[in-house]
Design a protein around this ligand. Sequence first.
Ligand code: MFK
Ligand code: FAD
Length: 509
Amino acid sequence: TGGFSQDGPQLHNPYRDDPILDKALRRLLPQKSYEKVAQDLNRFGDRITQEIDNLGRRADLEPPKLEQQNAWGKRVDHLQVCPEWYRLKEICAEEGVISIGYDENSDAFERRIHQVAKLFLFSPASGLVSCPMAMTDGAVKTLTSLKLYGKNRLATEAIDRLRERDPKKAWTSGQWMTEKKGGSDVAGGCDTYATHIEGDTYKLHGYKWFSSAVDADVALTLARVVDTDGNSVEGTRGLSLFLLKLRDDEGNLNGIQMVRLKNKLGTKQLPTGELLLDGVIAERIGEPGRGVAGISNMLNITRIHNAVASIGYMRRIISLARDYSTKRVVFGQVQAKWPLHTSTIAKMEVETRGCMLLLLESARLLGLSEANKSTPTELSLLRLITPIVKLYAGKQAVPLVSEGIECFGGQGYMEDTGLPGILRDAQVTPIWEGTTNVLSLDVLRVFSGKDNVLLDFAKRIEELLGKQAKSQKLQESSKKIREALKELQVLLVKASDSALNSSARIDNV
Ligand code: MFK
Ligand code: FAD
């Protein structure tokens, strides 16, 4: 008695194991691109099961520490991160997880679709190195959108190094927006001030309340410029965007004090710190007073990465649960033979597939826009889909991963299976990069703009339906969808007015 031991779930090559990714890529990419991308993802999938997943797990088990003072009382702010974290960052450079997205030799469709698919495989195995990768990608996007290449020395070096494939030269970036008074309301909460030194160089003083991956080389941040009389402008219009290096060439921190690391529910692998900016030398990038609009370039990229992470967690838990269901015997037969269990997994599968297809559509639209090949419709759809895919996938990830954990019974609750960590990490995806409600307001911001976004969306549905079949019934459906969306557009514009000026009161709720 007591000699039985249950076989645990096995991680398979996540590319070959995914029921729709390969099919979707075949549909989205021209044949030649498809073959190149599929070969890379297939190889990378093997590297994940053989090497990367173990590194990610080690990072999970060895969270970072901050040594503020050395034994002699000297302030050192030494961040200790496990060797696996650094190895994972090197692998990201080698594998080109950022550079693929900017590869001008690839087809416009291919770049971002390839990158997003690769990040999707990497994310749940990444020990949260996916987080600095998201911010690094967002920084490249912001610096290139502001057309700083060749114009600003630090920005030019950053653009090259943030998408570098040589791990010895590659940099990563942080994104310091949130302050104690506000994370959603960045402009209302920002108490960081910038005093001019010369040219575009300023000195920053302030306190950044949440700063993830503080082992970064550079960061983008927001601050209010103070004029020579000591005055600054309140609100959004007062915020400018800055680029800074965290350390000088000798490794000394650039006027930054690491006050403490956050004690978090999950994402424990990731060093998230509170930073005191005490005379940080930084370069103002973009026009003065256009900081929020400037950093929105970063937000729109990191929001797509956030959707990648959310759907990555969903896919990971489903594939482990599916594998386990062929091994665990309950009431005389394997779980997989019980219809109710299969139906539970099927519901999770449908949700995940839907999210995945929306994510790939956002990657397709992003790649097109960056290659200057978008129609106006495609541009407005990209703007609309980005907050939607972030908010929807982030929101779904938590209950879906929770359901997935239940598929393992009591073992799903056991730390040494590695399963509970997936749920804890998934819980951050609806919060950071804009909470669900704040992103819902961003969707309304899009609707209240001038574009007829919903009609554009209807056109895209018609296009897709038209590709699938020319039947009378489908054409009628697409006409109905178009009419319904027209009405919805009117309602949404009204809704956005009332959401922004609502008289709802918490004591009536
Ligand atoms: C693992 C993968 C994920 C990795 C995650 C990385 C680690 C986590 C890092 C973070 O969490 S970083 C912090 C993220 N913080 C947020 O996401 C903040 C959420 N709040 C918002 O997004 C608010 O909507 C916002 C701060 C933008 C509101 O600020 P304001 O000052 O009320 O903005 P306003 O006045 O509406 O807009 C200012 C300009 O920005 C406008 O342009 P114009 O001046 O030209 O009209 C807007 O159109 C523009 N804008 C705002 N959001 C935009 C945008 N433009 C394009 N895209 C957007 N999303
Ligand atoms: P609040 O803005 O106070 O929001 C509280 C609640 O109010 C939310 O439910 C929100 O939806 C709601 N709310 C706010 N405004 C509205 C509105 N107008 N209408 C309706 N509801 C509203 N930030 C960084 O800048 N850089 C980082 O690297 C970083 N890393 C992070 C890492 C972790 C692990 C976590 C948890 C957070 C990190 N953040 C980072 C901060 C994160 O982006 C913010 O916590 C987030 O944007 C929410 O801001 P807040 O915490 O100030 O919440």
